[in-house]
Design a binder for this molecule. Structure first.
Ligand SMILES: [Zn+2]
Ligand SMILES: [Zn+2]
Length: 230
């Protein structure tokens, strides 16, 4: 299954988390779902008229199992270059997927944390990362994709800003849009996570894509500013 978000950006819901495809000349994959969701990912790639071998770049936003767990498997069916922030690349290259997390404020987050986050795997299949990406780096992907280091939920988390098609932010797990725009359920450092969210409001994006929840297709940056620039 896939959902078209902009002419070139597709959201691929993979059970717990979303992956994304940018079908813009070259095919780029952002996140890989958890171990075992690879066949769904391949289906989505075929639905947009591509084959897995077309994937040129795989960007992994952070080391958590619902984002990096499928990396080893998808790498076996393509010849893509893999990218991550150094802090989380070190984790994935050792098969580690989790640092200690605490729930975001609020009783609902505490409940969701106990139900879902405490069950998330701390280990994944080891995968190699070809290119370590630093804060602010402009990657030569899809005509230019800006990497933004956004720690808080996860120390080595990256968001990506693509200035085309209205401006698209791949927000990873900095926030979620499960019914409404809100912080993620869990953080390594919540205050640092809020600083990262404020950092994202400096970019001009119409569309925001999330690891969890549906994409916001209009005025997304205004929603971020209303929520986190007070
Ligand atoms: Zn996460
Ligand atoms: Zn996640």
């Amino acid at each position: 299954m896939k959902v078209q978000v902009t002419p070139s950006v597709f959201e691929v819901p993979l059970g717990m988390a979303n992956a994304f495809l940018i079908n813009h000349d070259e095919l780029t994959l952002i996140d890989t779902g958890s171990e075992g969701s690879t066949h769904q990912l391949i289906q989505a790639i075929e639905q947009i008229g591509r084959v897995p071998g077309d994937i040129r770049h795989i960007l992994v936003t952070h080391c958590h199992a619902d984002h990096a767990g499928g990396l080893a498997a998808i790498k076996k069916v393509c010849d893509a270059t893999t990218y991550m922030h150094a802090t989380d690349a070190a984790m994935v290259q050792q098969g580690k997927a989790l640092r200690p997390l605490t729930p975001a404020p609020g009783i609902l987050n505490k409940g969701l944390f106990n139900t879902f986050v405490t069950k998330s795997p701390s280990e994944i299949e080891v995968a190699s990362i070809d290119q370590e990406v630093a804060e602010g780096e402009l990657l030569e992907i899809a005509g230019g994709l800006r990497a933004i280091h956004v720690p808080g939920h996860c120390a080595g988390q990256l968001a990506f800003f693509w200035p085309q098609e209205g401006g698209v932010l791949f927000a990873a797990d900095t926030a979620s849009n499960m019914g409404w725009l809100q912080p993620s359920i869990a953080y390594e450092d919540y205050q640092l996570g809020l600083r990262s969210l404020r950092k994202l409001t400096m970019y001009q994006f119409e569309v925001a894509c999330f690891g969890h929840g549906k994409a916001i297709r209009k005025n997304a940056v205004n929603q971020f500013r209303l929520k986190w620039l007070r």
